[in-house]
Design a protein around this ligand. Structure first.
Ligand code: S3P
Length: 206
């Protein structure tokens, strides 16, 4: 390993917030929601690493259990069946032991899935602006919903429809083109702020 590749020394502040977050989660899952290209997988993986938890991507889990890729699934079975499979797979992931779960962009739109996430986890919305999303999704051709003549118009429609629902998530961060570590720290801080708020709220006499 060269000097430039060496891991940064452990940051005591980061270690402290990580420990507090784990304590306050009390075994609940951390669930990332947001549009395609919001960075759920890349932030989720690093967040999991920092917390020492397993990471799972719901799209991946669907691909594994269906033994086909998401584009194949949409082409062969259609979106309605995909959504049913997605609901089932996320219910299964939420019944497993604590992990960081990145959900596919449409998953949180399902009321049943939202209720399950609320029951078994703490949710984080990665809110991103259109140019950020478009820059990221243009890198790969693996999103069936965007395989059309005007993916940007589709993305705008999805933002209009989904953002009010994503806003129901427990915590939110703005997903920007900044180093991943900054996003991860923002996620930890937003989650802790939510957990502190709810804890204090529950402490109030009625
Ligand atoms: C979808 C998002 C995708 C995948 C599928 C549908 C959506 O996941 O589940 O293509 O409806 O927004 P990512 O958000 O991980 O790209």
């Amino acid at each position: 390993m060269t000097e430039t590749e060496a891991l940064p020394p452990p940051n005591p502040m980061a270690q402290e917030t990580t420990k507090r977050l784990l304590e306050k989660l009390g075994g609940r899952h951390l669930v990332l929601v947001g549009l395609m290209g919001a960075g759920k997988t890349s932030v989720g993986k690093r967040l999991a690493q920092r917390l020492g938890l397993p990471f799972i991507d719901s799209d991946h889990a669907i691909e594994e259990s269906a033994r086909m890729s998401i584009p194949e699934f949409f082409a062969l079975r259609g979106e309605v069946e995909f959504r049913a499979g997605e609901r089932k797979v996320i219910a299964r992931l939420l019944s497993e032991k604590q992990q960081v779960i990145a959900t596919g962009g449409g998953a949180y739109m399902d009321a049943e899935t939202r209720a399950r996430i609320r029951e078994h986890g703490v949710s984080l919305w990665l809110n991103a602006e259109l140019p950020t999303l478009m820059r990221r999704v243009q890198r790969r051709q693996n999103r069936p919903l965007l395989q059309n003549a005007d993916p940007e118009a589709t993305m705008r429609e999805l933002m209009a429809k989904r953002y009010p629902v994503y806003a129901e998530a427990d915590a939110t961060i703005l997903s920007e083109e900044v180093p991943h570590e900054i996003m991860v720290q923002a996620a930890v801080d937003a989650l802790l702020a939510f957990l502190d708020r709810t804890e204090h709220h529950e402490d109030q006499p009625t």
